[in-house]
Ligand binder design. Structure first.
Ligand code: DC
Length: 221
């Protein structure tokens, strides 16, 4: 904490760039809270699975009647562990789709800002550097090649999906996440871009922690 302000490390980037694993490790090392905002969208996607997505009132009602909670490794919807279901191809695509809906974003952004009000956080997602934490202490835009990202997804969530269909689904999701009208995934001018290809998780973690310490040292001067 500096000048009564909590530290915020904001990490945005496409799926499979390593955001979740890296943000979690940074949070552990710095003793900050890790917030996986994609997990929130995935939980709400499960809650909204059978809802008419053109009916905003219905969406709002379902979102306020369903309780989403996260731990560093698990996702819960109404206290039920939905971690595995949330990682499925169907829910991944639906999370990206509901992420284009204004009422969904408003609720998620407000909840995320509330969390960051009272503690140091490492928060990762698509709109953290632009919308959720626009004054974050450090902003990172984490990328990797699509081949590397698809390989990681196959290793992380072994499924029967073939490599080509994973690449195709990722391209669709990237397009939707970066072309939606509200808070699209973009790199802000003050974010530092890091490419995680050919780097170990620990190398990227150490690099971001080094950048964080440099940033707070420069702010203190
Ligand atoms: O980070 P992830 O792959 O778990 O995110 C799943 C989807 O949720 C992603 O395709 C778009 C949406 N999302 C979002 O719109 N804004 C965020 N801050 C995080 C995720």
């Amino acid at each position: 904490m500096i000048n009564n302000k909590y530290y915020q490390i904001a990490i945005d980037g496409p799926s499979g760039a390593g955001k979740t694993t890296i943000a979690k490790k940074i949070a552990e090392k710095l003793n900050f809270l890790f917030v996986n905002t994609g997990g929130m969208y995935r939980c709400y996607a499960i809650a909204l699975k059978d809802v008419d997505l053109s009916n905003e009132l219905q969406i709002q009602k379902i979102m306020s009647n369903n309780h989403v909670s996260l731990t560093p490794t698990k996702l819960f919807l109404n206290n039920k562990d939905v971690t595995e279901l949330a990682s499925s191809a169907e829910i991944s695509a639906l999370a990206s789709k509901i992420g284009t809906i204004s009422v969904v974003r408003k609720k998620c952004v407000a909840d995320q800002q509330e969390i960051a009000k009272s503690q140091n956080v490492v928060m990762e997602g698509r709109d953290i550097t632009t919308t959720v934490l626009p004054n974050a202490t450090l902003k990172i835009f984490l990328t990797a090649s699509i081949q590397e990202r698809a390989n990681r997804r196959m290793k992380q969530f072994p499924t029967n999906e073939i490599y080509e269909s994973i690449i195709e689904a990722m391209k669709n999701r990237d397009f939707q996440d970066s072309h939606r009208s509200i808070s699209p995934l973009i790199k802000t001018p003050d974010a530092i871009e890091l490419n995680s290809d050919n780097k170990s998780i620990n190398e990227v973690v150490d690099e971001i922690i080094k950048l964080f310490y440099e940033k707070i040292r420069s702010e203190k001067c």
